[in-house]
Design a protein around this ligand. Structure first.
Ligand code: DOR
Ligand code: ZN
Length: 439
């Protein structure tokens, strides 16, 4: 659809743009950003005054569960959740069944996403076959198939020799190596953060150094190999300090943080709510403060959701037995806007963290993700920063409902999502006939 978004506050951190402008989308591309005097024939117009118009959001870390665990989520529902959250690009982790460790699985995901997806899906390939940490996956082949990074996410790569080989290999393909940093020997299978809350609850726990110690080791391998390295879901103050120092030393290191690690602590587990069990675990107030500081000073490159759908079969269990993970795609924007609302970061920084900052980590900007520059794909999020809404599990597009925000009122929401010029979400049905809402 050719579309003119009229008079919104256009925030495009890729060009340090923040001001009132019109955005014209034609033939699936951004055609003009500025003052569009006359509406070209055949172009639909949307009054965006009072709204923010920004690049479609980019999420580097989602679990779409297809193939193999479609009872939790699939590519259709996961990308519908993405569109409802304002996202137009999501990178999906390879811990599917079977693992995305060879080209046939990568291509299956890409094809399926093209057929049924409401967002662009960029697969992340496994580092090791079956995520077993023994033999390298078919990295070169998967790269041909379309992967944008490699990771064993859900599990760390414990074997430093294997990680070194993976880094050397990844470097030749300019692929970022994404680490789920959790030293399993230090973690000892702990279900939550080691600290006063875990002691009080009597729950097996893991120390924050299980994360930071692995990152410290990995940084030595980055220095050795020169590979691009991305720390997934940073959660601990010590990890932030290591990444900050590595960046200062000029190492090719990036990192992401989740909305939940920015806003919740292990206190959330006081009533044994398994929705709040995630890996890495929710930490303590000092960690959250360090994450917020790093978010503002540029140490943290982006916010990624780690959208991790699970069914009641995996969640309605005692804390230690429950699977880790929570939903994120439909609530991330409101949570990050909330940080701007309370002054922890600026609004343009909030948008940066969800668009350009994310796209750059995996070089998705090369394909035009995360920007509204003229000629880029017409991937746009129009959001209402004042919109109040209540998270209602039955209304979530995700097949799973494991969110601790159920029933919580949030402020700020995507009202329109456009991918390649096609409307993938239209909250108020302003652009779509009442009969045929796309989402
Ligand atoms: O909480 C998490 N859930 N952390 C992970 O690393 C994996 C993920 C999942 O796949 O459910
Ligand atoms: Zn992970």
């Amino acid at each position: 659809m050719d579309l003119l978004l009229r008079g919104g506050r256009v925030v495009d951190p890729s060009r340090a743009l923040d001001g009132e402008a019109d955005v014209l989308l034609r033939d699936g591309k951004v055609a003009e950003v500025g003052r569009v005097a006359a509406v070209p024939a055949g172009v639909r117009e949307l009054d965006a005054r009072g709204l923010i118009v920004c690049p479609g959001l980019v999420d580097l870390h989602v679990h779409l569960r297809e193939p193999g665990q479609e009872y939790k989520e699939d590519i259709a529902t996961g990308t519908r959740a993405a569109a409802r959250g304002g996202f137009t690009t999501v990178c999906c982790m390879p811990n599917t069944v079977p693992t995305n460790h060879d080209r046939s699985i990568t291509e299956l995901i890409v094809r399926r996403a093209a057929d049924v997806g409401s967002a662009r899906v960029r697969p992340i390939g496994a580092i090791s076959r079956g995520l077993e940490g023994k033999a390298l996956a078919d990295i070169a082949d998967m790269k041909e198939g379309g992967i944008v990074a490699i990771s064993d996410d859900g599990r760390p790569v414990m074997n430093a020799g294997l990680l070194r080989r993976a880094m050397e290999y990844a470097r030749t393909f300019d692929l970022p190596v994404v680490q789920h940093a959790e030293d399993l020997d230090l973690a000892e299978g702990g279900a939550m953060n080691e600290g006063a809350v875990a002691t009080r609850l009597g729950v097996k726990s893991q120390p924050a150094c299980a994360e930071s110690a692995m990152v410290a080791r990995d940084l030595e391998l980055v220095a050795w190999t020169g590979a691009r390295y991305h720390v997934a879901h940073v959660s601990a103050a010590r990890t932030v300090a290591l990444v900050r120092d590595a960046k200062r030393r000029g190492l090719p290191v990036t990192c992401e943080v989740t909305p939940h690690h920015l806003t919740m602590t292990d206190d959330a587990l006081a009533l044994y709510d398994t929705c709040c069990k995630v890996m890495p675990p929710l930490r303590e107030a000092g960690d959250v403060a360090a994450l917020l500081e790093a978010l503002a000073d540029g140490t943290i490159d982006c916010v990624a959701t780690d959208h991790a759908p699970h069914s009641p079969v995996e969640k309605e269990l005692e804390l230690e037995a429950a699977a880790p993970g929570m939903l994120g795609l439909e609530t991330a924007l409101a949570v990050v806007l909330g940080l701007a609302r309370r002054g922890a970061i600026t609004l343009p920084r909030a948008i940066h963290l969800l668009t350009w900052g994310a796209a750059r980590c995996f070089s998705l900007d090369a394909g035009g993700a995360g920007t509204l520059r003229v000629g880029a794909p017409a991937d746009v999020c129009v959001l209402d920063p004042e919109r109040r809404w209540t998270v209602t599990p039955a209304e979530l597009a995700s097949k799973s409902k494991n969110t601790p925000l159920a029933g919580v009122e949030l402020t700020g929401r995507a009202v329109l999502t456009v991918m390649g010029g096609a409307v993938t979400f239209d909250l108020d049905g302003r652009l779509t006939p009442a009969t045929g809402r796309p989402s």
